[in-house]
Each structure stands twice: as C-alpha cells, then as structure tokens.
Design a protein around this ligand. Structure first.
Ligand code: CMC
Length: 431
C-alpha cells in the first residue's frame, strides 16, 4: 500500500518517477510538494493563472472559497467586521495576535507619528498633469518613498522592516488624499494626529481652508468597515506581486508600489471603479436585461464587473457584509441613489440566470463598495486608491512574513517555450 503522505508521479515514456510529499496546512486541502519534480523527471508543471498552485506557506489569511470563509489570523471576517477597527486589524495582520490595550496604544501612537509626507514629496506631485489618474500618482509616490528611506534601510533587520510597515500604513492615507487634492487643485492638508485613522484621512481628503469640515460618523464607520474587509486576501494578484518583487530583496516601498500597480487592473482592485462606470452606463433597471445578454455573449468581451471570483465559488463573505452595509449607509446618509436600483436588478437577474449559476458567478466585494464610496462623496477615480490604503496592511504583513521565513528564495517561474526552433542568423541582404 502506498504511503498516503506521498504522491508518486511516473513518466512512462522515460520511466523516471518522482515521489512527491503532501504538505498539510492548518486548514485547507493538502498540497503536493513538486520541488524535486524537475530534478527527478526533467519536467516542469504548467498552471497558467495558478489555479492549482500554492506559491508559498503563509499564516496570515485563510480562504475557503467553496464555503465562503475568510479568516484573518484565524478570526472570521464577520467577527472582525462587527467588533474590530481597521487599525486593530492592521496590527493583527502584522503581529499575528489581537493587541492588548497597551500594545494598541503604542501601535496607534507609532502610526500617528509617521503620517507626514516629506515636504519634497509635494514637489513630486507637480510633475503630474492635473487629470492624471490617482492610481498612477499613488504608485509613483509610494515608489518614490524608496528614494527617501533607501540608504539606511536593511530588509534583513526586523526593526527596519517594522518601521517600513508603520511608515507605509501611516503615510498611505496622506499620499492618497494628496493625489485627490492635487487633481482638484486644492492645497494639500497636513494630517491631524489627534484624529483616528479613518477620520484623519477623511479630513485630509475633504477639509478646505475656507470652512470647517462637518465630519459624519456614519461615513467614518462605513469607511473603516470597508478598510477591514479589504485589508488582506491571501495570495491574490497584487499580494503575489509584492512577494515576487520582495523575493528579489527589493526595498519595501518599491515592493508595495508594484502591488499598487497590480491592484489597478479591472480584473482585480480596479473593478470597484469599473463597476460604478458600468452601472452608470447601464443607467436604468430597464437596461439590465440587455447587459446580461451581452455578458453571456461569447463574441462580446463585455463582462459584468463586480461578478465572479477566482476563489469564491459559493459567495464572497465580504460582499454579504457590504451589501447589508450599503443599504444602511444610504439610508443613514439619506442618499437615494438610482444606481442602487440598477445594482439590485442586476444582482437579481444574474443570480437566477443559468449562465451565472452554472459558472458560480456571484457578486464580489467590489460590486457594492463603489456605491458606498459614491455615497461618501469619494470620486470614482479614487475607489481603487481606497482599496490600496486598506490592502497596504496585508501587503506589508506578507512582505514581512516572507523576510521572516528561513530559506526564502527568489521567485522564478519557468515556461513552455513556443517560439522558433534554433536557427542561423540571416544577413540583412538575404532576408
Ligand atoms: N461576467 C461574465 N462572465 C464571466 C464573468 C463576468 N464578470 N466572470 C467570469 N465569467 C465567465 C468566463 O467568461 C468563463 O466562462 P467560460 O467558462 O464559458 O469560458 C467563466 O465565467 C470562468 O471565468 P474565468 O475568467 O476563467 O475566471 P477567473 O477565475 O479567471 O476570473 C475574475 C475571475 C474575478 C477575474 C472574473 O470573474 C472577472 O473578470 N470578474 C469581473 C471583474 C471583477 O469583478 N473583479 C474583482 C474581483 S474581487 C476583488 C479583487 O480580487 O480585487
């Protein structure tokens, strides 16, 4: 009888074989360790899009896509959404445990005291045209932090890594708000460290010199919840990008900037902006049916934005929380947004349509977040920036975990070469 902990792979053409151990995590399916496969059989594996590939071990976040489960450090997202705050969740992701009151106080103090941008960074914004997309500005500004903090930073020093994490979590809202204010021609605002994380961000976004800002607690609560839901999502495209860049030993600011650019795409974090634009294009509930028909048409590249997920094949637990919150926020803010009617009709139509049911395409986290951001007065181009502020806590937690893991290697996938066979150079006159 074969050892249940081993999978044996035999290449019948060459009679070479490999005994591949199974690795179990705390939760989730066992993984086949293919580390010796090439040496044993001379073969690589092929898995475009990494649908069957675990790229790393990680103790940060767990997802069960069939059951709709999302855990940060073992805590269900529903419990964190109901009881925690974004900053506490950021501490949890970074440190692995919920903070004791004194620990949280220190963390909050540290984050509050790294919120300012270097004054020179302000000049950096002047290089952009006023209508530059804020994600382009954010990625560039965060990458530029490596120029400010490169020389004295060692990625091998735990204290330096921690400081980089604090700086990034602290400065991200300041830089994000600066991107917005630059685009509308408002003077940049300094962070007010007496305010809490989300209030401080809203203040930097919306306060104008000419009148005091009326802070709305509903808005701050809603944004805090959205930040919790977006804080981490295991090895998604942007986090994997951060890890791949991080695996080269690159500076953490450069690694996170790479994550920001990966997040921007409409298949990933850019979906929240794309959802709102699509709902606006659909315009009224009457047009929902034709949108569904287009989404099902294989000859049309149109997809329903905010639907589907690589991992969740039952429901996205974040979407469930956000859906509820969306109605609450609109009611509490007294916003009557006709786009919500379009969204509800779209959701209802898609959920009973065979095409979406068979493919297990459910509304994802980004389906509702745009409607909430809009109700909070956040401009559409800033939606993915909101996602980036929250996800920075997850990205940097993964970057730290990667550097704490002994034996980490540079990420270096292989390929199936489909180009020309070897051939001789042809002189120009003979081509
Ligand atoms: N509308 C219409 N059809 C879709 C959609 C959609 N939104 N999503 C997937 N499909 C179809 C797809 O055409 C394919 O059909 P078939 O099997 O007949 O060829 C099938 O469903 C499987 O799709 P896939 O592209 O192989 O799935 P994937 O796991 O590679 O992609 C996804 C996942 C999220 C990129 C994709 O569902 C999508 O493009 N959704 C819209 C964009 C979106 O909302 N993205 C946000 C994801 S959640 C937040 C985040 O990750 O940042």
């Amino acid at each position: 009888m074969s050892d249940p902990k081993i999978v044996k792979l035999v290449d019948e053409s060459s009679n070479r074989s490999s005994e591949l151990p199974l690795i179990n995590g705390t939760l989730g399916p066992a993984c086949i360790d293919i580390g010796t496969l090439y040496k044993d059989t001379g073969h690589f594996t092929y898995d475009p899009g990494y649908g069957s590939t675990a790229s790393t071990k990680s103790a940060i976040t767990y997802i069960d896509g069939d059951q709709g489960v999302l855990l940060y450090r073992g805590y269900p997202i529903e419990q964190l959404a109901a009881n925690s705050s974004f900053l506490e969740v950021a501490y949890l992701l970074l440190n692995g445990e919920l903070p004791k009151p004194e620990e949280f106080k220190t963390f909050e103090h540290d984050v509050s005291h790294h919120t300012m941008m270097h004054e020179s960074l302000k000049n950096f914004f002047q290089g952009f045209h006023h209508d530059a997309h804020p994600m382009a500005m954010l990625a560039a500004a965060v990458a530029s932090l490596s120029a400010f903090y490169h020389d004295d930073l060692s990625v091998d020093d735990p204290a330096d890594r921690k400081l980089a994490a604090i700086r990034l979590i602290a400065k991200m809202p300041t830089i994000a708000a600066a991107c917005y204010r630059y685009s509308v021609g408002w003077p940049l605002r300094y962070p007010r460290n007496n305010l809490e994380y989300v209030d401080r961000f809203l203040h930097m976004m919306f306060e104008v010199p000419s009148e005091p800002l009326q802070m709305n607690p509903v808005a701050a609560k809603a944004l805090d919840l959205l930040f919790i839901l977006h804080a981490d999502h295991e090895q998604n495209a942007s986090t994997s990008t951060v890890r791949l860049v991080g695996s080269t030993g690159a500076n953490p600011y450069a690694s996170i900037a790479a994550g920001i650019t990966a997040l921007w795409g409409p298949a990933h974090g850019g979906a929240n902006e794309a959802v709102l634009k699509q709902l606006e294009e659909i315009g009224t509930p009457d047009n929902v049916e034709s949108a569904i028909l287009r989404a099902k048409d294989k000859n049309d590249s149109f997809r329903l934005m905010g639907f589907g997920h690589r991992v969740y094949k039952n429901f996205d637990p974040r979407a469930k929380i956000i859906r509820e919150m969306c109605h609450k926020v609109l009611a509490e803010l007294g916003v009557n947004d006709p786009l919500l009617d379009v969204a509800m009709k779209l959701e209802e139509a898609a959920l009973k349509d065979d095409y979406f049911v068979e493919r297990k395409l459910y509304p994802n986290v980004d389906f509702y977040s745009g409607i909430i951001y809009k109700a909070l007065g956040i401009p559409t181009e800033m939606f993915t920036v909101m996602f980036a502020i929250a996800r920075t806590s997850g990205w940097i937690a993964h970057w730290i975990e990667q550097h704490e893991t002994p034996g980490s290697r540079i990420g270096r996938p292989r390929q199936i070469y489909t180009g020309s066979d070897v051939r001789d150079y042809v002189p120009t006159a003979k081509r």
